[in-house]
Design a protein around this ligand. Structure first.
Ligand SMILES: C[S@@+](CC[C@H](N)C(=O)[O-])C[C@H]1O[C@@H](n2cnc3c(N)ncnc32)[C@H](O)[C@@H]1O
Length: 295
């Protein structure tokens, strides 16, 4: 018999699915599934978090127990995708780790603008973009404080990808609508040009279509083959690898290094680092900023 997990006192029990129907073996199945599908490691401390995120899915499925629902998940790709997405951590905000945007503006931006205006293809990727704050921040810095100049930059040969594993995050990024309070973290001069008050609601802002029309928002699992060719000038993959184990991180940065143009930049989260064979080609040029050697 598997031991039932009890909910801590401060834990809100989801109506309709008692924690008595959630066994420790169920948590281990969920953790294994998340590791296999997305590379994300769930520690035992996340036992009740998994309960609260998955209980609504169990209820919707009309299955009586977590165990029965997990049997279904094994056979059903759509349910599996929902389970994985519901266990992702999508915390993000505008202008996060601003030293990256300072570096981009001072070191990378002019060259990118020059090349894209000369019809040389420039490619930027926010990998693990969550609800889009990161890519929208970066694009505001790229287009700059002058609207007419920004529109001219946007007419260059720029291809921008924002991808995430979780469908709900991709949808939010694509909607590009945020609380005015969230966007207040951006410098006023950029915000004034690239954020528009959403119609009928002054507490909401939408990112200008000059920016959103440049971005392809896609669901993509970083662990699987990437459905595109070519190399990028800039890759942001921040606060994504913290959830992965060491071999998964090493393999992912190896693949990023392969997909960077010589001289291209990789920006990672403040608690992340490049390890493994990629250290041979990725040179540390700032705090958690790497440049691919030019060869
Ligand atoms: C904490 S958010 C980071 C968002 C943003 N990059 C930032 O730093 O603010 C991590 C994101 O990585 C995504 N993610 C986790 N595992 C992934 C995987 N295997 N493939 C693609 N995205 C993944 C999650 O869905 C989540 O939205």
């Amino acid at each position: 018999m598997h031991q039932a997990l009890s909910a801590p006192d401060d834990f809100a029990i989801v109506p309709g699915v008692s924690p008595q129907l959630y066994k420790s073996a169920d948590f281990h199945r969920i953790a294994q599934l998340l590791k296999d599908e997305a590379g994300i490691v769930l520690s035992d401390k996340k036992t009740m978090l998994a309960y609260s995120r998955l209980a609504p899915l169990v209820r919707q499925s009309a299955k009586e127990t977590f165990g029965e629902y997990l049997d279904l998940v094994e056979k059903d790709e759509v349910q599996r995708r929902k389970v994985v997405a519901s266990l992702t951590t999508n915390h993000t905000y505008f202008n996060r780790e601003p030293h990256h945007f300072e570096h981009f503006t001072n070191t990378v931006r002019d060259d990118i603008i020059k090349r894209s205006q000369n019809r040389e293809k420039v490619r930027i990727w926010s990998a693990g973009s969550s609800s889009g704050e990161e890519i929208h921040t970066l694009m505001m810095y790229l287009l700059g404080e002058n609207k007419a100049q920004g529109q001219k930059i946007a007419r260059g040969d720029l291809r921008v990808l924002a991808s995430d594993l979780a469908d709900h995050a991709v949808c939010a990024a694509k909607a590009a609508t945020y609380d005015a309070e969230a966007v207040s973290k951006m410098p006023e001069a950029l915000r004034n040009v690239w954020c528009e008050v959403a119609s009928g609601d002054p507490s909401c802002v939408t990112i200008s279509p000059v920016i959103t029309n440049l971005i392809r928002y896609r669901q993509l699992n970083l662990l699987r083959p990437w459905p595109f060719d070519g190399q990028f000038d800039v890759i942001f993959c921040r606060n994504v690898m913290i959830y992965f184990d060491e071999p998964t991180k090493v393999e992912l940065v190896r693949r990023f290094a392969e997909r960077l143009k010589p001289g291209g930049y990789l920006y990672i989260g403040h608690s992340e680092r490049v390890a493994g064979p990629a250290v041979e080609v990725l040179k540390l040029v700032g705090a958690t900023i790497y440049q691919k050697v030019k060869q």
